[in-house]
Design a protein. Sequence first.
Length: 190
Amino acid sequence: MTYSSHHSTIATSQEELESLALSAVPRQGRWSEEDCLWQSDCASVLVEFTDGYIEVLPIPTNRHQSILLFLYRLLFTAVELLGSKALIAPMRLRIRPGKYREPDLLLVRSAHDVRRQDQFWIGADLVLEVVGPDKPERDLVEKRGDYAEGGIPEYWIVNPLNETITVLQLAGDAYVEYGVFRRGAQATLA
Protein backbone atom coordinates (compact mmCIF):
# COMPACT_ATOMS: atom_id res chain seq x y z
CA MET A 1 0.00 0.00 0.00
CA THR A 2 1.29 3.47 -0.89
CA TYR A 3 0.87 6.40 1.50
CA SER A 4 0.93 9.94 0.12
CA SER A 5 1.07 13.38 1.64
CA HIS A 6 1.51 16.67 -0.10
CA HIS A 7 5.31 16.36 0.47
CA SER A 8 6.18 12.76 -0.37
CA THR A 9 5.04 9.29 -1.28
CA ILE A 10 6.08 6.26 0.78
CA ALA A 11 6.07 2.79 -0.75
CA THR A 12 5.40 -0.19 1.49
CA SER A 13 6.51 -2.98 -0.87
CA GLN A 14 9.42 -3.61 -3.21
CA GLU A 15 7.08 -3.53 -6.23
CA GLU A 16 5.70 -0.14 -5.21
CA LEU A 17 9.22 1.16 -4.60
CA GLU A 18 10.33 0.03 -8.08
CA SER A 19 7.22 1.58 -9.63
CA LEU A 20 7.89 4.89 -7.87
CA ALA A 21 11.53 4.84 -8.93
CA LEU A 22 10.59 4.20 -12.56
CA SER A 23 7.95 6.93 -12.50
CA ALA A 24 10.60 9.40 -11.29
CA VAL A 25 12.84 8.69 -14.30
CA PRO A 26 11.93 10.72 -17.41
CA ARG A 27 10.94 8.78 -20.52
CA GLN A 28 13.27 8.81 -23.51
CA GLY A 29 12.86 12.07 -25.38
CA ARG A 30 11.67 13.85 -22.22
CA TRP A 31 15.00 14.25 -20.40
CA SER A 32 16.07 17.82 -19.65
CA GLU A 33 19.68 18.93 -19.40
CA GLU A 34 19.18 19.21 -15.63
CA ASP A 35 17.85 15.62 -15.41
CA CYS A 36 20.86 14.34 -17.33
CA LEU A 37 23.40 16.30 -15.30
CA TRP A 38 21.78 15.23 -12.01
CA GLN A 39 21.60 11.56 -13.03
CA SER A 40 25.21 11.33 -14.10
CA ASP A 41 26.36 13.19 -10.97
CA CYS A 42 24.43 10.80 -8.70
CA ALA A 43 25.08 7.48 -10.43
CA SER A 44 28.29 5.74 -11.34
CA VAL A 45 27.42 5.39 -15.00
CA LEU A 46 28.60 7.33 -18.02
CA VAL A 47 25.81 8.86 -20.07
CA GLU A 48 25.68 11.03 -23.14
CA PHE A 49 22.75 13.35 -23.81
CA THR A 50 21.22 14.60 -27.05
CA ASP A 51 18.01 16.61 -27.26
CA GLY A 52 16.09 14.81 -24.52
CA TYR A 53 17.57 11.35 -25.10
CA ILE A 54 20.24 9.69 -23.02
CA GLU A 55 22.59 6.90 -24.00
CA VAL A 56 24.14 4.87 -21.22
CA LEU A 57 27.70 4.03 -22.20
CA PRO A 58 29.28 0.65 -21.46
CA ILE A 59 31.72 0.43 -18.58
CA PRO A 60 35.22 0.66 -20.11
CA THR A 61 37.13 -2.59 -20.39
CA ASN A 62 40.55 -3.22 -18.87
CA ARG A 63 42.12 -2.85 -22.33
CA HIS A 64 40.29 0.43 -22.95
CA GLN A 65 41.37 1.88 -19.59
CA SER A 66 44.96 0.67 -19.98
CA ILE A 67 45.27 2.35 -23.39
CA LEU A 68 43.64 5.55 -22.14
CA LEU A 69 45.80 5.81 -19.02
CA PHE A 70 48.97 5.09 -21.00
CA LEU A 71 48.15 7.90 -23.45
CA TYR A 72 47.13 10.24 -20.63
CA ARG A 73 50.44 9.71 -18.84
CA LEU A 74 52.36 10.49 -22.05
CA LEU A 75 50.25 13.54 -22.80
CA PHE A 76 50.15 14.77 -19.20
CA THR A 77 53.93 15.06 -18.97
CA ALA A 78 54.08 17.16 -22.14
CA VAL A 79 51.04 19.38 -21.56
CA GLU A 80 51.67 20.25 -17.93
CA LEU A 81 55.05 21.74 -18.87
CA LEU A 82 53.28 23.91 -21.45
CA GLY A 83 50.59 25.11 -19.04
CA SER A 84 47.85 23.06 -20.69
CA LYS A 85 45.22 20.95 -18.90
CA ALA A 86 44.14 17.41 -19.79
CA LEU A 87 41.47 15.29 -18.09
CA ILE A 88 40.11 11.82 -18.69
CA ALA A 89 36.51 10.58 -18.42
CA PRO A 90 34.29 11.08 -16.68
CA MET A 91 34.11 14.77 -17.64
CA ARG A 92 31.25 15.98 -19.79
CA LEU A 93 31.79 18.12 -22.86
CA ARG A 94 28.92 20.34 -23.96
CA ILE A 95 28.72 20.26 -27.74
CA ARG A 96 25.84 22.76 -27.77
CA PRO A 97 22.80 23.40 -25.59
CA GLY A 98 21.01 20.07 -25.41
CA LYS A 99 23.97 17.88 -26.42
CA TYR A 100 26.72 16.47 -24.18
CA ARG A 101 29.38 13.90 -24.92
CA GLU A 102 31.74 12.07 -22.57
CA PRO A 103 35.14 12.01 -24.32
CA ASP A 104 37.79 9.63 -23.05
CA LEU A 105 40.27 12.52 -22.90
CA LEU A 106 39.90 16.30 -23.19
CA LEU A 107 42.64 18.89 -23.51
CA VAL A 108 42.79 22.68 -23.48
CA ARG A 109 46.01 24.49 -24.30
CA SER A 110 45.70 26.82 -21.30
CA ALA A 111 44.97 25.63 -17.77
CA HIS A 112 43.13 28.96 -17.30
CA ASP A 113 40.83 28.44 -20.30
CA VAL A 114 37.32 29.67 -19.40
CA ARG A 115 35.77 26.70 -21.23
CA ARG A 116 36.91 24.52 -18.32
CA GLN A 117 33.81 24.65 -16.16
CA ASP A 118 33.37 22.62 -12.99
CA GLN A 119 30.36 20.51 -13.98
CA PHE A 120 31.22 20.22 -17.68
CA TRP A 121 33.54 21.78 -20.24
CA ILE A 122 32.04 24.00 -22.93
CA GLY A 123 34.81 23.31 -25.41
CA ALA A 124 38.27 21.82 -25.82
CA ASP A 125 41.25 22.08 -28.15
CA LEU A 126 41.57 18.31 -28.50
CA VAL A 127 39.41 15.31 -27.67
CA LEU A 128 40.46 11.68 -27.83
CA GLU A 129 38.32 8.55 -27.97
CA VAL A 130 39.40 4.93 -27.60
CA VAL A 131 37.14 2.89 -29.90
CA GLY A 132 35.09 0.32 -28.03
CA PRO A 133 34.14 -3.06 -29.50
CA ASP A 134 30.45 -2.69 -28.58
CA LYS A 135 29.64 0.08 -31.09
CA PRO A 136 32.70 1.31 -33.06
CA GLU A 137 30.60 3.65 -35.21
CA ARG A 138 29.90 5.76 -32.09
CA ASP A 139 33.54 6.93 -32.05
CA LEU A 140 34.34 6.57 -35.75
CA VAL A 141 31.27 8.32 -37.19
CA GLU A 142 28.81 9.76 -34.67
CA LYS A 143 31.29 11.53 -32.40
CA ARG A 144 33.28 12.71 -35.39
CA GLY A 145 30.20 14.67 -36.48
CA ASP A 146 29.40 15.81 -32.93
CA TYR A 147 32.89 17.10 -32.17
CA ALA A 148 32.95 18.93 -35.51
CA GLU A 149 29.57 20.47 -34.60
CA GLY A 150 31.12 21.57 -31.28
CA GLY A 151 34.04 23.23 -33.08
CA ILE A 152 36.72 21.02 -31.50
CA PRO A 153 39.87 21.74 -33.56
CA GLU A 154 41.43 18.30 -33.20
CA TYR A 155 39.99 14.80 -32.68
CA TRP A 156 42.09 11.68 -32.12
CA ILE A 157 40.54 8.25 -32.65
CA VAL A 158 42.56 5.51 -30.98
CA ASN A 159 41.40 2.24 -32.51
CA PRO A 160 42.66 -0.91 -30.76
CA LEU A 161 40.64 -2.98 -33.25
CA ASN A 162 43.06 -2.15 -36.09
CA GLU A 163 45.88 -0.71 -33.92
CA THR A 164 45.78 2.81 -35.37
CA ILE A 165 45.54 6.39 -34.16
CA THR A 166 43.71 8.67 -36.58
CA VAL A 167 44.39 12.37 -36.09
CA LEU A 168 41.66 14.60 -37.49
CA GLN A 169 41.83 18.36 -37.92
CA LEU A 170 38.76 20.60 -38.21
CA ALA A 171 38.50 22.35 -41.58
CA GLY A 172 35.37 24.47 -41.68
CA ASP A 173 32.54 22.36 -40.31
CA ALA A 174 34.08 18.92 -40.93
CA TYR A 175 37.23 17.01 -40.10
CA VAL A 176 40.00 16.19 -42.53
CA GLU A 177 42.50 13.44 -41.90
CA TYR A 178 45.86 14.76 -40.76
CA GLY A 179 47.33 11.28 -40.47
CA VAL A 180 46.77 7.64 -39.60
CA PHE A 181 49.49 6.28 -37.37
CA ARG A 182 50.05 2.55 -36.99
CA ARG A 183 51.67 0.58 -34.17
CA GLY A 184 55.26 1.78 -33.72
CA ALA A 185 54.74 5.15 -35.43
CA GLN A 186 54.78 8.41 -33.51
CA ALA A 187 51.44 10.23 -33.67
CA THR A 188 51.75 14.01 -33.72
CA LEU A 189 49.42 16.91 -33.10
CA ALA A 190 47.96 18.49 -36.20
